[in-house]
Ligand binder design. Structure first.
Ligand SMILES: Nc1ncnc2c1ncn2[C@@H]1O[C@H](COP(=O)(O)OP(=O)(O)OP(=O)(O)O)[C@@H](O)[C@H]1O
Length: 256
């Protein structure tokens, strides 16, 4: 089976010489839900920026290869790659800039040439998937932060990506919004890569976790096994929230 995401030996140094990634290998198969964990400065964002070619070895500061469903992430493939890889950034305001929710969600597919009833269907399907169909005519800046984050997810879903990449999806959400977003994400039929410091969220949503530390993959396995490996957790500054013990989570409530 061709992996949706295939990274081989990805190394990258920023122009100031700071080396952020050292030979990262990562393979994600269709339908998988994977959490990307790691302390501050581990290289998670740098890695995510390689997935749709914002950063790449082609820029002259890196090595290795990234491909999405067999298509190499190179300058000449960027349009198709950006259709296949949907990234939801941490701040929804980076993704919402139109006068209405409908216009924001329509922006990407309209750029692909989709119009009329087909465009409206894409927009409403995406908004329904995130429970925001009733907000189509509202200006995004009149919505709460949690609602804006859901609309940001819809802008990406409307592109019908092969992989949905989420950067800290639970950050700044109140407990109810955090849980509602988890319910939404659990219900999506899409391959998912989620960068998070919210370890219970990773356990709840992603059967598999990859730990990046110092620009290297230091663990890749079942989320439960990663979070209960005390030595690994300590070595890479991963801390569970006070009072949370994965061992007490009922096994049948874990995903996958
Ligand atoms: N534009 C840049 N120029 C130089 N170094 C950078 C740049 N952006 C990030 N870095 C460095 O690269 C390393 C990896 O940073 P990155 O943002 O990828 O980490 P991260 O795992 O996403 O961290 P966090 O959890 O804090 O968001 C860090 O040491 C950081 O200081």
């Amino acid at each position: 089976m061709t992996p949706v995401l295939d990274l081989q030996g990805v190394a990258f140094a920023y122009p100031d010489g700071h080396q952020a990634l050292f030979g990262v290998d990562l393979h994600v198969h269709p339908g998988e839900r994977v959490a990307l964990l790691g302390p501050n400065g581990a290289g998670k964002t740098t890695l995510v920026l390689h997935l749709n070619g914002i950063l790449s070895a082609e820029s002259g500061h890196g090595e290795g290869s990234v491909s999405v469903s067999g298509l190499p992430v190179t300058r000449k493939n960027l349009l198709e790659i950006r259709r296949r890889v949907g990234i939801v950034f941490q701040d929804p305001d980076d993704q919402l800039f139109m006068g209405s929710v409908r216009a924001d969600v329509a922006f990407g597919p309209a750029n692909l040439g989709i119009k009329g009833a087909a465009l409206e269907r894409r927009v409403m399907d995406a908004l329904e998937q995130v429970g925001m169909a009733g907000f189509a005519d509202r200006p995004p800046h009149h919505l709460s932060f949690g609602q804006r984050r859901r609309v940001a997810v819809a802008t990406v879903l409307a592109m019908e990506p092969e992989i949905l990449v989420l950067d800290e999806p639970s950050s700044n959400l109140d407990p109810a919004s955090r849980r509602e977003l988890a319910d939404i994400l659990r219900g999506l039929d899409v391959t998912l890569l989620m960068v998070t410091h919210d370890l219970p969220y990773a356990l709840e949503l992603c059967p598999r976790s990859v730990v990046l530390s110092g620009g290297r993959v230091v663990a890749d396995g079942r989320t439960y096994d990663v979070l209960t490996d005390d030595e690994l957790m300590r070595a890479h500054r991963l801390e569970l929230p006070w009072g949370f013990d994965p061992r007490t989570v009922p096994v049948d409530s874990l995903p996958g």
